[in-house]
Unconditional design. Structure first.
Length: 370
């Protein structure tokens, strides 16, 4: 008993010494928080229809090293909508833009078709600039979710009219048909110009006027832009650099959404060449964005997808494990989780597995973080 008491005293003394050598958790956290850069800018790149196999294709079919390799943090998101296990682009983009699950086909409205405020509207109130870019029409589901409130994604003319009065400062893509060839005979190009926009219907300008007080708009095709295989060229990366030059002039910061829309279209067509060419174009744009963020340390880059399209995978060809054969299992979307790649300040918040609505929650918390 006496022996046991001595042993107990020794254990207690040793324990108190060890505990006294451990810094308080509060101090560790405070030091870490002080060293973290505040997020000033967020660039959200959405590869429409891009699942893990599509990303894997960038490793095998890209002549250069894939820019996906440059991301330090990777997560996965669940994509189901409020109405279906398999989402569409409208519902998924609304989850990113407004932080809610809604029904397939809905843009910026909840399941009762009531408008829900989006992140563009919220951050514009604190002086942050905003932009959208797409290789589709700017009225298409993904870009539209960041400025419109419409019960059906097919209402393209209504969506276009809402862009005129939206908080968007920069846009580039296709869709001029819905602005100047309308059933109601409204000339939305003129209305945009009256609302302080400079509109270009022919090409991207080579030297942006970053000091201009005017907003910038580019509508370079009647509907969607041409495929990469049809000669679209470097539109996506050029428009991105143009937007970055323009938006970064705002000392308060900016939000930019960039969509590689036609990865999805290649998946719907079960056309591997179409899909892969669009994916490589998207990959190159990611590279331009990461280069920008490495020079601008207050910029967070997020790359994700609204859903996977085509049930795409990379199989072996005729039993030869040294030959890869792209394979599709559907012409529609699938329920598979999709990846999230992040780089920049607070990128660690985007690791793990979570719902697609959390993308909005995390972005908003960073923009409003004091």
């Amino acid at each position: 008993m006496k022996y046991s008491f001595k042993l107990l005293l020794q254990i207690l003394c040793f324990s108190s010494i060890v505990i006294s050598c451990i810094p308080k958790k509060e101090n560790i956290n405070n030091t870490k928080q002080k060293s973290v850069t505040k997020v000033k800018n967020i660039i959200l790149l959405i590869g429409d229809g891009m699942g893990l196999s599509q990303v894997s294709a960038s490793q095998y079919y890209h002549k250069n090293k894939s820019n996906f390799d440059r991301f330090p943090v990777i997560g996965l998101i669940k994509t189901s909508s409020a109405s279906e296990l398999i989402t569409d682009s409208a519902s998924s983009a609304t989850a990113f833009a407004s932080g809610i699950k809604t029904y397939n086909g809905a843009l910026g409205v909840n399941t009762d078709t009531l408008a829900v405020k989006n992140i563009v509207e919220e951050i514009s109130e604190i002086g942050i600039s905003t932009g959208i870019i797409s290789t589709s029409s700017v009225t298409h589901a993904t870009p539209a979710a960041f400025y419109t409130h419409t019960k059906k994604r097919s209402m393209a003319e209504d969506i276009a009219s809402q862009l005129v009065s939206s908080d968007i400062d920069f846009f580039a893509g296709g869709g001029s048909h819905y602005f100047n060839n309308r059933k109601d005979d409204r000339d939305l190009i003129l209305e945009l110009e009256e609302n302080n926009f400079t509109i270009n219907l022919d090409s991207l300008v080579t030297e942006p006027s970053t000091n201009s007080s005017k907003k910038q708009g580019y509508l370079l095709a009647p509907k969607g832009l041409p495929k990469m295989l049809e000669g679209r060229g470097t539109f996506l990366s050029d428009a991105t650099e143009l937007a970055l030059d323009y938006l970064s002039a705002n000392e308060n910061g900016f939000f930019l959404m960039i969509e590689g829309a036609q990865i999805d279209w290649g998946g719907h067509d079960n056309d591997a060449d179409y899909l892969i060419s669009e994916l490589i174009d998207f990959d190159q744009t990611i590279g331009a964005v990461l280069d920008f963020s490495e020079l601008n340390k207050e910029t967070l880059v997020i790359v994700t997808a609204d859903h996977e399209t085509g049930g795409f995978t990379l199989g072996q060809e005729n039993g030869d494990y040294n030959k890869i054969k792209p394979v599709f299992s559907t012409t529609g979307h699938s329920a598979t989780m999709v990846p999230v790649f992040t780089s920049g300040p607070h990128a660690e918040l985007f690791g793990g597995i979570y719902e697609n609505t959390a993308i909005y929650d995390k972005m908003k918390s960073l923009f409003f973080k004091k």
